[in-house]
Every structure is written in C-alpha cells, then in structure tokens.
Ligand binder design. Sequence first.
Ligand code: ANZ
Ligand code: ZN
Length: 823
Amino acid sequence: MKEYIPSKIEEKWQEIWDKEKVFETPQRSEKEKFYNLVMFPYPSGTLHVGHVKNYVIGDIVARYKRMKGYNVLHPFGYDAFGLPAENAAIKNKIHPEKWTFKNIEIIKSQIKKIGISYDWAREVITCTESYYKWTQWIFLKLYENGLAYKKKAAVNWCPSCQTVLANEQVVDGKCERCGTEVTMKHLEQWYFKITDYAERLLNDLEKLEGWPENVKTMQKNWIGKSTGAEIEFPVDGLDMKIKIFTTRPDTLWGVTFMAIAPESPLVETLVTEDRKEELSKFLRKVSLEDRFKRTSLEAEKEGFFLGRYAINPVTKEKIPIYVANYILYEYGTGAIMAVPAHDQRDFDFAKKYNLPIRVVIDNPESSIDASKMEKAYEEEGVMVNSGPFDGIRSTKALGKIIEYIEKEGIGNRSVQYKLRDWLISRQRYWGAPIPVVYCEKCGVVPVPEKDLPVKLPKDVEFLPTGQSPLSLDEQFLNTTCPKCGGPAKREADTMDTFVDSSWYYLRYVNPKLEDKPFDKEDVNYWMPVNQYIGGVEHAVLHLLYSRFITKVLHDLGYLDFEEPFENLFTQGMIYKDGWKMSKSKGNVVSPDEMIKKYGADTLRTYILFMAPPEKDAEWSDAGIEGVNRFLKRLWNNVYSILPKIKDVKAENIQLKDKSEKDLRRKLHRIIKKITEDIEGGFKFNTAIAGLMELNNSLSEYLNKSRELNLPLLRELVEKLTLILSPFAPHMAEEIWHDLGNETLIVNEKWPSYDESALQVDEVTIIIQINGKVRGKILAKVDTNEEDIKKLAFENPKISSYLKGKDVVKVIYVKNKLLNIVVK
Ligand code: ANZ
Ligand code: ZN
C-alpha cells in the first residue's frame, strides 16, 4: 500500500498549481466575484505559526468559494515600508531595503510551502517605486482638496523610535511598536484631515453588518462623539469671554468655578500680575507630568487660581478661574465650566481647594444634601436651584435648555469628537517621501503628478537621530521649484506606513498599472472586499484609516463605493507556553519546522482544529501529533481500498444492509454539516471534527470483514476527498489523482448532499419492563404501537421476562421506547 509521505506529494502539487496558474484570477468572468483578503504582513522578520493562522483561514475561504463557483480574488503582498523593518534592519546592521527583500523572499517560500492559494501575479510590495508613486499621488489628492495640511502642535514623540506618532499609535501612553513611554514635543507636522469624516465614519459603522461588534465599538469610542453646548462666560474686569464645551448644559446653574488646560494661551491672558511667578512654577510642574496619566480619572487633581473671576451667564455670580491639570487642551475648547456636585473630577478638585458644591440635579428617590456628599451625583434627576427650569426632569430639559441658551445669546448647540486629525509625517528614513517642496518665493509647492515618484534615495545615513535622515542628504534635499524654477528644498519627512496600507486592497486589482493607481471600472467590479481577515489590533488604526481613504477617493470620484470591507473576521492568536509568540520570548513555533516534521496539510489542519478561529489558542505538540495521526489513518483507509474502487463508478448504489445505509447517511450528514460550518461563521474546528467522525465510520465499516460495497465506497472516497480538500489540499489532490481523475481537485465543485440519504429509516426501540431496560429491537421508522408490541412480545429475550406475569399496562413513546408494566 502507498505510504503517506507528505514531502513526496506536497511540493509536487504546489508546482503543478503554479505551472497551471490555477490561482491566477481573470480580471472578469461569467462567475460571480468574491474578493477574499488577508491583512498583509510587515516583512520585518520571518513568519511564525501565529501569522500563518491568518493565511490558512483565508485559504480555506478562498478554496471553498472557488469550489462553490465564484471568481475568487485572493492576493498577497507586503507592508514593506515603516518602522518595524527599519528598526530590524538597523539592529541587524543592514540596509532596510536589503533586509526587507530578504525577508520577503523567505516569507514567500514559507507561504508557498503551506500551499496557500494566492494569485502571485498580483503581488504588491509597498516599498517599490511603482507602488509608492501612487501613495504619493494619494497625498497630492488630499492636499489639493484641503485634506492634507501642515501645522505646529504638541505631538506624541517616541524617544526610542525617534519619531512622532499618530494618536492611534499611542496605546496607554506607550508607543504601539516598541512600548516606550511617549513624550510630547512641539513640532510642525503633516496631517490628514480625518476629522472632516468623523460623522460619516461613525454613521456608516451601522452599514457594516458583517463586522464584529467589538471592532465597531472600538471605532465608535475612538471617534467619540459628544453632543452638548458651547457656552460663553464673560470675564470679570476684562473685555473677553471664555468659551467652554459641556455635555451637561442642564447643570449650568451649579457651576462654581472654571478650569482651563495648562497648555491654553488663555492662561497667560487671564492670570493677574501678582500671580504670574507662581503660575510659571505650577506650569513647569505640570509640563513634567505625563499627559495621559495626568488626565486619567484616578489621577490627583491639581490646579492654580489665576486671580481672575468669570461671570456665570445665568446666575450672574462671580466664579474663580483655575488652570487645572485634568483639562485637555485638544478637546472641546480646552476650558470647562466646573460643576462639583455632578462631575466627579470637579468634585475631587472642589474638595481639595475648598470650593462650593451646589446641587442642581436632585435625586428623585432621596433628596441630596450638598454638605454630606461623598461623591458627585452624576445621574439624571429633577432640576433644582435652576431658575426657570426647577422641577423639570433633567434629561427632558436638555433640549429646552440649549434653546434657552441660544435665545439668550450665551451659547449654542455643539457636537465634539474625540477623533483628532491623522498625523502622517515621520522623522525616519524607510517610508515614502512626502511629495512637496519648499520654495523661498512660492512657499509650499506640491510636486506635480508627472514628477512622481519622489524617489527615496538609497545611499543615506539612516540611523535615527531625531532629525529626518533625508534632511542630511543634500542631493535629495536641494531641488528646483516646480512653479517658478527657483531653488527649493524638498520635504525631508516620510509618510506613516499606515498611509501605504490604507489603499493596498485597491492596488491588488491592477497591480501593474503604470499610469494610474487603479482602474475605476475594475475596482468597482472587485470592490468592496467580500471577506477581510486579520488581527483585531488594527481596529482603530488600519481599519479606520482605510475607511477614511476609501471615502475620500469616493468623494473625489475615483470610486463608486464608500466602505472598503464588507465582512471582517478577526482571528485569535496562537500562544505557546502561555505567552504570545515572540522572538524575544523564544517561544516561536516555525511553520517550516512543522512542515518538515508533519507536512503542510497537518499544519493547516491542526491550526484550524485547535479552537474556533476567532479564539486565542495554545499551541500543543500533542495536538499536532493527533491531527497528523488522523490524516495518516484517513490516507491508509483510502489506499487500502483504492485499487478496488479505482475503476468503479459511484452509480447505482444499492444499500444492502443497515451498516451500508448508516455509512452513506454519515457521509451526507457530514457534507451538510461541513458546508454549514463553513458558511455559518467559520466553524472550521467542528468541520474538521466532522471529517474525523466520517473517517471513523469508514474505519468501522472496513474493519468488519464483509463483502465491500464498492460503488458506495467510491462515492464516499470521492466526496470525502472533496470536502477534505480546502483543509488538506495536497493529500486531496493526490487521492483525487490516484482515483483516476484527470482533473485537479482545486477545479472541482463542492459536493452537494443527498437529502434522501439523510433520512433515517430504521430506529432502535428500547424495551423496558417495569422501568428497567431489558432489550432493544430494530423497527421501521413510525411503526405503530400494535406492531411494536408484537415485535417485542415475539422477541425471545423479552418474552422470557414476561413468562408467568400479567401485563398491566404498555406505554409507547414513538420511535424511542416501549415500557411494559407487569405484575
Ligand atoms: C459641565 C459638566 C457637568 C460636565 C457635569 C460633565 C458633567 P465627553 O463626554 O467626554 O465629551 N470637558 C469638556 N472639555 C474638556 C476638556 N478639554 N478636558 C477635560 N474635560 C473636559 O465629556 C464632556 C464633559 O467633559 C464636559 O461636560 C466637560 O464637563 C468636560 F455634571 O461640563 B462637563
Ligand atoms: Zn517657487
């Protein structure tokens, strides 16, 4: 019998798929399109099995959809610019480009060995000139439309990566990449105006029915929409007003002080002469505090009285103005009206500085005594001490209060978002140069499209110094102004790698197009992506940026659709020894090693069998051994009968007995189950369990020596091989071929199941006597009670129990149980 040796068959089939170009996708087809996309990797190292999980999930979907008759686009590429590759290259003392392409080569060979069905003709590498030319083009389009701008602002600075970071790249005050605490710097930087799209990015989340709720919630919170009012407070003794933003205009009568962010220029304007010196001490102290910690709910509230008072516009009371560490300069107006009775931060502050606490929203259950309050009452309630609004339910009053404020001319309705503009310039080397020049005469001048790409020079001292490496390259830097022809200097910053990845899914459609980033008609045919698969860590980074860029390109007339990804699947991680796999922990499992030991089919099948694919799972050597044994057993079962069924057709199948009927029923039940498991939410682990169950039934049938039903076995082996093929495609091709087929199994149709074969026609009826099980009988489904009774009483074992007894009562539960009561 032919032995199962994966190394003998896997490479062979991979070469055949390659040679026959089976996975190359025609640009158009009669078939319905299915765009299946996995998040492309940073080629900053080689792949471990955690990465592979992403691609294996994608491959099951792609192969399944192909078999279901779709024109499947399943491309692959590399997010090849950016910090990860650059940092790794520096560590390894090698040029980032060399390092990147070396990794790309290794990753590609790793993936080919796993047998993933990518259309390699569409490979996209973001650090190639033919790609980043169009990344620069996208920058120009945003610039031309007022969506890319430069401004000086306090920015996040990673002292280790030596570059600024976007807010999205700061996680808990630390650099998303390296974990170093982020500091602040005042720098002039380039931004994309994603805030213009805040409302649409929020509202359109509702359309994304095929996205996981948690990802949508993360985006929603990140966008952070708040509705309320802006209200102006006149300053006592100065001809000016302080504008605040509040979500609780219903608490306006309870304001007992105001607070301003330390960074606000208002602080200098408001402070009285005698308090200036002490103020600067306070500001210096705050500037040393971490901005993320400083504004957290738990942080110690600290402030400084500016010596100045404002007037509450409704009560006309004088209230002190403070500068306080818990006020963010970048949110709202950078100033607040403080209501200690109803806001915990204000409450803490008021307690510390002995400021009055005035209740204006009373608890309808039990009235609040301001002098006894231990924390702020933040819920809704009945308005009190609030002039014309006394006695009204606070939630009901909100709209009316805003109307009142507008009528009185002291403020107006306002909506605020937490979302900030996307900071896209980086002071690092390995990225797409920002295509603008600075001319002494003309100022900022965008590079004309015909001059793209602005090439990234190769021979550059790129070690991070905090200064853009390109600014040290005179040859790159000095140029002529496209407008006036005079001397000009190039922008030396490069673009955030998230700009590269915000549009790569469009480039896969026309990866080689030279005069356009993509063809409108082609993109409108293929997009949106039907299924996107990747990690949840990109929820507010890549996934938000891509939605934004898609909407911009839509608005500029380049795309007909507004959302890039119709369905999103976020896979769980693979852990080893309780930890996320990482080189530094030394717990990385390499796919190459596993393939050498067990073959790609085992690796693929095990990765999916470990757990539901959306769940995290722990790698187990025993687990992969077990899956390998299953595939061997399946192979051995098949090859033990292969010579006998090779020339048999799966036609005119006659089922002689129950065991044959059971076997065929099992086959069709499993086809149905696996189809439903794949369609109904990626339940690959239970699908594989189904394959195991079917194989066990086959073993059982073959183990009982009897005359084999060859047409039945032919049908079983054929269909089993077909449903096995997305998971273990190499083994499936081999069996398919050895069955005498001249086609490739990848080009075959997914089998349907025979509804009639699913029907059970015999049932086992349990016979009880006085509640004790005394035997079983086989009967046709739905046999009536009389006939069952007859069968039971005729059964020799049962009749021996009944001898000499009186039957008092017989209870029959249809198709299940017959209970005989005797005395
Ligand atoms: C008065 C008030 C009374 C407030 C009350 C809350 C409760 P969200 O929901 O996050 O939008 N706020 C406004 N701008 C701020 C800033 N730059 N830094 C720190 N806090 C700021 O929160 C809006 C509320 O946060 C606003 O409503 C304001 O406090 C505060 F019983 O105004 B509120
Ligand atoms: Zn000029």
